[in-house]
Design a protein around this ligand. Structure first.
Ligand SMILES: *Cc1c(COP(=O)(O)O)cnc(C)c1O
Length: 358
């Protein structure tokens, strides 16, 4: 028998979240962000579902190639642009748009013999201080780009550092800086990731760039997708493969960090950090057994988890267990593991069986 742990991908939920995005940002085009294997959901599967996306955003050439090889014709934006001049032939061949954020990339374009043409999304650093040109340099950079043959400056972009907070001076400063420069420079503009799409309608501009919310997950701490009208796309599930009846005082798992406070049943689940369940999830992290929450106890192992079955005296081997998804928001599991849902989604292991549900 194959291992019972698996990932369910709800295609209808993905479609629903896309329409929810269109409802929240009705005047903007959507660049669906599907880097990191579409946040663990399967890049080709997600791209094929999101037929109405105006573009896809990916992190690297490998991801873009995978899409083109699967006959995806939608425009694709390489969010970090080319790293080396060697990247340019594939960029041209696969008709990719590129983000340009640093002078070495301008030099690449100046030196290159570009046949056909490349669309550029110019990234301005308005305060995140990760990628992008400082505002003062923007004009000089635009001049240089205009001298490059076969390069079209298509969109001006920036990225916000604190959009997941409703009130933060930095967001206002970044938005004001971007508005100022965008008034002077022609062309389309883009700012909003999921958090800004939800929190700051004034940041929608011509293109929104949602990632996390496509997958039904909230970028805003303290809320889950459902609070924003989203439906969770991924469910991580497994089964109980053993039940131990232990006596008061007996330890459970590696390090014997957890001891039974009374005689009790302990369930063993066939899933662990080798599948992408966070090892740092604390005892008490909820896990659904037959739709009832049971607490994780002891340390997560590579292939197994142990749970307290005291409120599930009828639980038996083979019962279905949900580690996140549906009525168990991944946002909540992330907070028990002191991480963010992004990390959990990206960490889902490819050894799991993936099942699409329509
Ligand atoms: C990843 C990424 C996004 C999407 O962010 P979410 O928080 O997942 O919505 C948007 N823009 C850029 C440039 C990104 O790299």
């Amino acid at each position: 028998m194959t291992r019972p742990s698996r990932v369910i991908i709800d295609i209808k939920a993905l479609e629903h979240n896309f329409s929810r995005i269109k409802e929240l940002a009705p005047h903007s085009k959507v660049m669906a962000i599907i880097k990191a294997d579409a946040y663990g959901h399967g890049i080709v599967r997600v791209a094929k579902t999101l037929r109405d996306a105006d573009a896809f955003g990916v992190a690297c050439l490998e991801e873009a190639e995978q899409l083109r090889q699967s006959s995806i014709k939608t425009p694709i934006v390489l969010l970090e642009g080319p790293y080396k001049s060697d990247d340019l032939p594939s960029i041209i061949k696969f008709k990719l748009d590129i983000v340009i954020h640093n002078e070495y990339q301008i030099e690449l374009l100046e030196k290159a013999e570009i046949k056909g043409s490349i669309n550029v999304w110019l990234k301005i650093d308005t305060g995140m201080h990760r990628l992008g040109f400082p505002i003062e340099k923007a004009y000089a950079i635009i001049d240089r780009l205009s001298l490059c043959k076969n390069i079209n400056l298509r969109v001006l972009m920036t990225h916000l550092a604190t959009a997941n907070e409703k009130k933060n001076d930095l967001t206002q400063q970044q938005l004001e800086a971007f508005k100022k420069i965008s008034e002077i420079i022609d062309g389309e503009k883009t700012v909003a990731n999921s958090a800004a799409l939800i929190n700051f309608p004034e940041a929608h501009f011509d293109w929104v760039r949602p990632g996390l919310m496509l997958y039904g997950v909230s970028p805003i701490v303290g809320s889950s997708g459902i609070n924003h009208g989203l439906k969770s796309v991924m469910t991580l599930e497994s089964e109980i493969i053993s039940i131990q009846y232990l006596s008061k005082g007996e330890p459970v798992g590696y390090g014997a960090t957890w001891r039974c406070p009374e005689n009790m049943p302990v369930g063993i689940i066939a899933a662990g950090y080798g599948d992408g369940f966070p090892r740092h999830a604390k005892s008490g992290t909820p896990i659904l057994v037959n739709n009832i929450r049971c607490p994780l106890i002891g340390r997560a192992s590579m292939d197994m988890l142990t749970i307290d079955l005291r409120n599930q005296s009828n639980a038996k081997i083979g019962d279905r267990v949900v580690l996140w998804g549906g009525s168990l928001p991944i946002e909540e599991i992330a907070s028990y593991a002191e991480t963010i849902p992004y990390e959990l989604l990206c960490g889902v292991h490819k050894r799991l069986q993936f099942v699409e549900y329509n």
